[in-house]
Design a protein around this ligand. Structure first.
Ligand code: PNS
Length: 178
């Protein structure tokens, strides 16, 4: 025990694309699990940005395995408006991580829109500096280009990533590409 008593009656939703989940996501979940009674990790079915690299099933499976040591954390998915989902599950707070200052602008207006729609506030947890440069987008990019991403994702996530596309030896570079 760390002596911390979770805030009674607060069930948090931590929404995201998790395409894939990173160490930064897991760090936010672990810290949120110490603050709130329960944390529901909610994977959005269709991320707004683009077609996900990992299927919904893969993303949920990765997260479930990575949070298996946290008894007050559950994993599910939602489609449509986050505000509607929040109401359906009766959550009292939304948790988001902030990695860098540039995250703030978009997250601030999203938080205000979600509060306007659902009356539920967003609590921001600052990213651990170890992970502030690690985003799903960058992890996907280096993974797609064949780099080792073991440093950036939990082992359970790495296992799914490797099963999906085992690391191939780099292709020889043709002289005109150098
Ligand atoms: O990991 P991401 O991509 O930053 O997560 C974004 C997410 C899923 C939290 C956001 O796109 C979202 O809430 N989508 C659901 C649709 C919605 O409610 N849009 C209005 C937000 S004000």
């Amino acid at each position: 025990m760390n002596g911390l008593v979770p805030l009674p009656g607060h069930s948090a939703v931590y929404p995201g694309s998790f395409d894939p989940m990173t160490h930064g996501h897991l760090d936010v979940i672990e810290r949120a699990a110490k603050i709130f009674d329960t944390v529901l990790v909610a994977v959005v079915v269709n991320p707004q940005k683009r077609e996900p690299l990992f299927t919904l099933d893969e993303r949920e499976r990765m997260i479930r395995e990575a949070v298996a040591h946290l008894p007050n954390v559950q994993v599910t998915h939602f489609r449509g408006l986050l505000a509607d989902f929040i109401r359906r599950v009766g959550a009292t707070v939304i948790v988001k991580g902030l990695r860098v200052v540039s995250d703030f602008e978009g997250e601030m207006s999203t938080a205000l829109m979600n509060r306007s729609l659902s009356e539920v506030d967003t609590v921001f947890l600052p990213s651990d500096p170890r992970w502030s440069f690690v985003s799903s987008t960058l992890v996907k990019e280096v993974y797609n280009l064949g780099a080792d991403v073991a440093k950036y994702v939990p082992p359970a996530v790495l296992a799914v990533m490797q099963a999906k596309r085992p690391t191939r030896p780099a292709e020889p570079v043709r002289s005109e590409e150098v």
